[in-house]
Design a protein around this ligand. Structure first.
Ligand SMILES: [Zn+2]
Length: 138
């Protein structure tokens, strides 16, 4: 069995199964393949997604892409943990005291709410937020 994505002159696309590519060719010649929308036999094989394995490849690329992003974030997390001081949920207070007192030069990291981020931004205190993965997930 082989799956083809088909496009019609009416601009609709649909998937259809055929016994083989030659069977598809035979049905095509006899104009036995019709559009599911308008019933016309003006259908053609779509070059966008020729078969099942094609779309599976796209899934794999997405998966790899997301895996790499996660890897990068975890790497970034390690850097932050090594170079910054953890302040837990006192991030907003600590960020303010650093900003206004200019005592500490070491960066901090911790938990912060969206409201707090907005407040800090309004006060001209720059923050960076990244998704945070737990160690156990590693
Ligand atoms: Zn059609």
């Amino acid at each position: 069995m082989i799956k083809y994505s088909l496009t019609c002159k009416c601009s609709c696309t649909f998937d259809s199964w055929f016994a083989s590519s030659s069977e598809f060719g035979r049905l095509m010649k006899k104009k036995l393949i019709t559009c599911i929308e308008c019933n016309s036999n003006n259908v053609n094989k779509s070059i966008m997604a020729p078969n099942v394995s094609g779309s599976k490849k796209i899934d794999n690329i997405n998966y790899e892409f997301q895996k790499n992003i996660k890897k990068k974030i975890i790497k970034y997390q390690k850097f932050i943990k090594k170079n910054c001081r953890y302040v837990d949920d006192r991030f907003a207070q600590e960020a303010r005291s650093i900003h206004y007192n200019k005592k500490e030069t070491k960066s901090i990291y911790g938990r912060v709410t969206t409201d707090e981020i907005n407040e800090l931004n309004e006060e001209g205190i720059e923050t960076i937020t990244i998704p945070w993965y737990d160690k156990t997930e590693n």
